[in-house]
Design a protein around this ligand. Sequence first.
Ligand SMILES: Cc1cc2nc3c(=O)[nH]c(=O)nc-3n(C[C@H](O)[C@H](O)[C@H](O)COP(=O)(O)OP(=O)(O)OC[C@H]3O[C@@H](n4cnc5c(N)ncnc54)[C@H](O)[C@@H]3O)c2cc1C
Length: 308
Amino acid sequence: MSIGRTILLKLADSPFLNRQATQRAFVKRATKRFMPGEAPEDALRAAQLLKAEGRGTVFTKLGENIVVPADADAVRDHYLWFFDQLAASGLDGHVSVKPTQLGLDLSYEQCLAHLFALAARSEAIGKILWIDMEGYVYVDRTLRLYRALKERHPRVGLAMQAYLRRTQADLEGLMDVHPIIRLVKGAYNEPAAVAFPVKADTNRNYFDLSDRMLQAAAAGMCTPIFGTHDIELLNRLIARAKAHGASDKQYEIHMLYGIRDADQRRLRSEGRTVKTLISYGSAWYKWYMRRLAERPANVWFVVKSMLG
Ligand SMILES: Cc1cc2nc3c(=O)[nH]c(=O)nc-3n(C[C@H](O)[C@H](O)[C@H](O)COP(=O)(O)OP(=O)(O)OC[C@H]3O[C@@H](n4cnc5c(N)ncnc54)[C@H](O)[C@@H]3O)c2cc1C
């Protein structure tokens, strides 16, 4: 792992920097590169522009590790309101949630109850509810949540992280529920005991896991979503999909708003299903630091914003 990435991910956990950054106009300006605005309406407006290009959207309200049960209730209620906006919008839009934003640190049962409420509403309007994968300590509980949800609501998807050594076994363990999986490389600061410290190993694992999912997709047992901006890797996966006999409609490509935008448009124009994940909300500090850590050169954008 690069030193820049490690330092930025450590800084992501600083409450002091969180307070400082979110009050500074120039940092706020720099976030514009990765999010259209803090209000849900900003996200919905940006999604309409993407729709005109044939791109779908996944929305997420930023925030994680809530510490008061009422905050989890508020997040659930927000998303229930948001589903009404989605239903009225005509967008191919879906929602992605973090379990700790719905109180997983406080109560597994309560978090599951919130997720059931969201999955039911999401399903009623024909959408997929996405569950993000957070830090390593949450993996077991998140897999349990996913299995419980998937038994009642088929249209629920789960993010899995290719940097974790355990993911191959976890993926096999889920095949019986015909999972919908968004495979990502992984955004947290994990020790070498559980995560590959060398990027090439993560990339190799990403390819192997994707290959397995494409094989299962061709047999109708899995829906793979590639959540990556790694174009070289995507090109190899598109070739593997063909080799396995998985059609273009049997997998999707998801990327983040503001990253590799030209490639998102190109992939769409080549007939792939492309969705853009749009974040909104005021709790952007940790999430923004993770975006900087993915490409430490991004720190330059903050400096440029500071200079006006
Ligand atoms: C749709 C989606 C959902 C995600 N959900 C989760 C989740 O639930 N849990 C989780 O742990 N992680 C999640 N992530 C983040 C993911 O784990 C990676 O940290 C992130 O996608 C960067 O890895 P990469 O696959 O793009 O590959 P990389 O090898 O990191 O990047 C490939 C190329 O993409 C470009 N790029 C990548 N990141 C950036 C950036 N921040 N700024 C500018 N250019 C960049 C660069 O050109 C880079 O060379 C998600 C990512 C996506 C796209």
